[in-house]
Every structure is written in C-alpha cells, then in structure tokens.
Design a protein around this ligand. Sequence first.
Ligand SMILES: Cc1ncc(C[n+]2csc(CCOP(=O)(O)OP(=O)(O)O)c2C)c(N)n1
Ligand code: SF4
Length: 290
Amino acid sequence: MGDVRDFYVPIRPTWCTGCGNFGIWNALKQALAQLDLKPHQVAVISGIGCGSKLPDYTYVNGFMGLHGRTLPLATGVKMANHELVVICTHGDGDAYAEGLGHMMHAARRNIGIVDIVQDNRVYGLTKGQFSPTSERGRISKTSPWGSIELPVNPLLVALAAGATFVARSWSGDVDHLTWLITEAIKHRGYALIDVLQPCVTFNRAQAYDFYRPRVYKLEEDPHYDPTNLNLAFQKAQEWDDRIPIGIFYRTEERPAYEEMMPALAFGPLVKQPLGQFSEEQIQKLMAEFV
Ligand SMILES: Cc1ncc(C[n+]2csc(CCOP(=O)(O)OP(=O)(O)O)c2C)c(N)n1
Ligand code: SF4
C-alpha cells in the first residue's frame, strides 16, 4: 500500500464547494496508492472542462489536450510507453459529444486505457448547457424550451463497441469508486467508468439527494453475472427509481491492443534505440520539437 500524499500538489482546486469532482479526485489518488503506484508510473490525460482540471491537481504525469480529443492523446501516450498506467479524466461533453467516436474506437481496439468520465450531465465549465447525457426536456441556456434530443446511454454504446470493462459509480461513494478504479487499472484493455457526478451549480436537480436514494450496487446482487454480455445490455438500460452502479461487464479474454502491436514486442517505444539516427541528428530534432 502506497501513500496518498505521494500524489499531493500544493494547489487549491477551483471547483465549486460541493462539486462531485472532489470525490473523483480523492478516489483516483486512493486507488493509485492502494495499488502502490508511484507518480512517474502514471499519466493522467484530460481535455477541457471543469473535471479536466484534475491532472493539474494531482502529482503524476499529466496532459490537457483539446476538448474531445482526450482518448487520441492517451492512445499516443500508451503507444509511446505502454508500461505507463494511462488514465483519462474528462467530462461527459468531452467524452460523449466531441469524443464519442474516439471512445468507440478505443473500445473496439481494447487499448489499455482507464477512461473515467465525470458525467455531470451538463457542460459545467461553459455554464450549464445541455450535454449528450442530459435528459430530454432539460431547460438550459442552449435549450430554453427544453432539450429535444434523446440522451446517449454511454454504457450501451461502450458495450456495443466491444468494450471489455464497462462500469459506473458515483462521486458520493468514494470507497466504491476507489475500488472500481483499482479494478479498471488491473484490467487488460480499455475500461470505461462512467461516474455520476453532481454539479451543484448547474445541475441541482441531479445532485447528491437525487442519486443517494437511487443507486444500488450490482456486486451486492448474487444473481448478477458481470461476464454475461446480454445481462449487461439489460442492466445498462435500467434508469428510474433504482440506478445500478458497479461492474456491468468484464471479460479478460481479449488481448489488449498493445499486446498485439508487433512494434511493441521489443519493449516500450521510448526505450527502444533510435537506430538509424545519429546522436547529432537526435539533438537537432529535440531542439526543434521538444
Ligand atoms: C471543440 C470544442 N468545442 C467546444 C469548446 C468549448 N468548451 C470548452 S469546455 C466545454 C464544456 C465542457 O463540458 P464537459 O466536457 O461536460 O466537462 P465539465 O466542464 O462538465 O466537467 C466546452 C463546450 C471547446 N473548447 N472545443
Ligand atoms: S460548475 Fe459544476 S462541475 Fe464545474 S466546478 Fe462547479 S459544481 Fe463542479
């Protein structure tokens, strides 16, 4: 067991008091410590949004990219050094609007990335516009008469795309989320964790009081089998007075993308010799691009 303080940076988050991102941030640090990981072994990649500020507040390798381009960036990082634990943290707008196509490709490739989506069901940073997971009828500045769009069900999309680990948690239960993140890191391949995240400023109707009485844990149901894909499809459609959280689907049978990539068979690219380039040429390239 490592020390959570290894991941501490002396910066005070700018998140609103009570924001669900605090729970996600704490769970991530606890999970890394529980797995005895050190900051240099982890890369957290994000996009643009309230939740995407998380790498700034955590002592690990970090990169904030363009809105919606989090997974392609993370893919590049994983391909360059597949020994790193690569984790995406981004909002539902980033992940399921601009980034939805990327999620489907990451899932079907089964690339070893843990994808934590801070799903507050609004665009938080840009002041509460409706997002792909907002319910139909949501009134916002961009939908003053109520959203007319059918919401995306991210779990169904991930399952349909071939994801090998599909899970949901909520930021009001840090222990549950910590456990899920440790399981996702240990998983072979792409792992989606959709986190129901209260945005106490722009989505007050779906804050802690909304989720607390509704969420229940799949792992407490003795009849639930997370290796059964059909069951996962059924459970992923449940969203009413009861909202399931936990691992909906998991299979370790498919190899991860990086395990199948011939160029990586000789070790991480960053550790492979540059071969045909002289030291002088490398220094020149470094001076120009790094
Ligand atoms: C391609 C693109 N579209 C729109 C924006 C403007 N923008 C920046 S952050 C953001 C909303 C972020 O919402 P979400 O990803 O759900 O994260 P949250 O702030 O809720 O954590 C938007 C629309 C942008 N930067 N780039
Ligand atoms: S606007 Fe919402 S998501 Fe953004 S910091 Fe505030 S509570 Fe959190």
